[in-house]
Design a protein around this ligand. Structure first.
Ligand code: HEM
Length: 463
């Protein structure tokens, strides 16, 4: 009796000591997190954040707490890295530690950690390696990427000519063109511009992409455990993402039925062949990763570049003097009788500087895609715990004017100027397209093809 009483007391003492130690460890960790505004229970720092302009809110907090700070998006704790120095130190100098992918509530609703973009660990490594090699193979095969881009640029010009000079919303003109380049690699073929299913896919991509930048998208990001059950525009975004997944799943089934293992036609075939070759029951080369990686590539390959082009054309309309200089360079280097080529870029420093400026000033993903630390990580004088901290990166605020004149004469490394990490090969989760080389080529050929034959006019002054 006495013995069991003593045992109980010892057990309770042990448990109490363990609980106290855990609280103490938590407190120590907490003390080492970067500073930031005090959060309220559940809503976190919601009251300090303007959900319509999140990156501006972060910049303001950064002015007070420094370039590395902690913020609570609702109940979720994140660390924000603000400005080139901090972003470079983390994602380039400590590339391994910062190579995890962080949460993004709207997309996570569908991806749940599968597919190349939103996965982590071994899965991300394997899918990334496979995607890069396969995209390269198809991009450099018989019909290289240059030819595919030239062909699509030709279709774009034809479609615009077909409007007879009417005022048009260029959104889907541009996204059809851009999307067909990646489609021809992942699905083995381009879509006809009038294909209703294609137009609906483009609209689903645009809708869900734009939703993430809205105020509601940010609220969903903060309170996703509640928001995903409530009615509202987030349900439309989920429906659109689901529609995209269903489409890819259908394409995969079609490929499975007609697969010739000796002659892969596209990215999907190559993945299916790899699935057949795997003997490992825990392989990452499974149907779910196939469908969601294909969707990652299709989505990223469409929305990013077409938004860049749309924004670029708007900027050129706003700056007719810049447009005139680009025209002059195109006339001089390419002329009217041939298609633009990748190699022209070297002889067109002004157009290159303009494209760079469009990417810098357009700043289409201002906060980047969230990262996650892969282990408890010492960063500057702080300690970022692996368990629940999502570092989110942010660049400098974009300055007020587009200024290609300064850049065209500059010898600065251009990547360093606007996206120090996204396209830097030293970080472990760079944009896949940097490695297959058509991030800058594609805007170059599209813009050069377009301006070779056309001018822009707007019915009212561009905003
Ligand atoms: C101007 C065009 C583009 C911009 C601004 C852009 C931007 C980005 C950014 C900010 C990231 C996150 C990188 C990081 O975590 O550090 C990313 C990743 C990625 N991008 Fe792009 N991107 C562009 C074009 C493309 C294209 C055309 C594709 C199509 C194949 C693509 C595929 C991807 C993929 C698959 C990832 C995820 C990589 C990973 O998590 O390992 N991107 N991109």
């Amino acid at each position: 009796m006495l013995a069991s009483g003593l045992l109980l007391v010892a057990l309770l003492t042990c448990l109490t000591v363990m609980a106290l130690m855990s609280v103490w460890r938590q407190r120590k960790l907490w003390e080492k997190l970067p500073p930031g505004p005090t959060p309220l229970p559940f809503i976190g720092n919601y009251l300090q954040l303007n959900t319509q302009q999140m990156s501006d809110s972060f910049m303001k907090i950064g002015e007070r707490y420094g370039p590395v700070f902690t913020v609570h998006l609702g109940p979720r704790r994140i660390v924000v890295l603000c400005g080139h120095e901090a972003v470079k130190e983390a994602l380039v100098d400590q590339a391994e530690e910062f190579s995890g992918r962080g949460a993004q509530a709207t997309f996570d609703w569908l991806f749940k950690g599968y597919g190349v973009t939103f996965s982590n660990g071994e899965r991300a490594k394997q899918l990334r390696r496979f995607s890069i090699i396969t995209l390269r193979d198809f991009g450099m095969g018989k019909r290289g990427i240059e030819e595919r881009i030239q062909e699509e640029a030709g279709f774009l010009i034809e479609a615009i000519r077909g409007t007879g000079g009417a005022f048009i919303d260029p959104t889907f003109f541009l996204s059809r063109t851009v999307s067909n380049v990646i489609s021809s690699i992942v699905f083995g073929d381009r879509f006809d511009y009038e294909d209703k299913e294609f137009l609906s896919l483009l609209s689903m991509m645009l809708g869900s992409f734009q939703f993430t930048a809205t105020s509601m998208g940010q609220i969903c990001e903060m309170f996703h455990s509640v928001m995903k059950h409530l009615p509202g525009p987030q349900q439309q975004a989920f429906k659109e993402l689901q529609g995209l997944e269903d489409f890819i799943a259908k394409k995969v089934e079609q490929n499975q039925r007609t697969l010739d293992p000796n002659s892969p036609r596209d990215f999907i075939d190559s993945f299916l062949i790899r699935m057949q070759e795997e003997n490992n029951p825990n392989t990452e080369f499974c149907l779910k990763n196939l469908v969601l990686t294909t969707l990652n590539l299709f989505f990223a390959g469409t929305e990013t570049v077409s938004t860049t082009l749309r924004y670029g054309f708007l900027l050129l309309m706003k700056h007719p003097d810049v447009e005139a200089k680009v025209h002059e360079e195109i006339d001089r280097v390419i002329g009217k009788n041939r298609q633009p080529k990748f190699e022209d870029r070297a002889k067109m420093p002004y157009t290159e500087a303009v494209i760079h400026e469009i990417q810098r000033f357009g700043d289409i993903i201002p906060m980047g895609l969230a990262r996650r630390v892969t282990k408890d990580t010492r960063f500057r004088e702080f300690l970022l715990p692996k368990r629940d901290t999502n570092p989110m990166s942010l660049k400098l605020p974009v300055s007020g004017n587009m200024n290609p004149h300064a850049l065209s004469t500059s010898r600065l490394g251009r990547h360093e100027l606007h996206m120090p990490h996204t396209f830097c090969p030293k970080t472990h989760r760079t944009c896949v397209l940097q490695t297959v080389l058509f991030r800058r080529h594609k805007p170059h050929v599209c813009i050069a093809s377009y301006l070779r034959d056309m001018n822009f006019l707007s019915p009212k002054a561009p905003p």
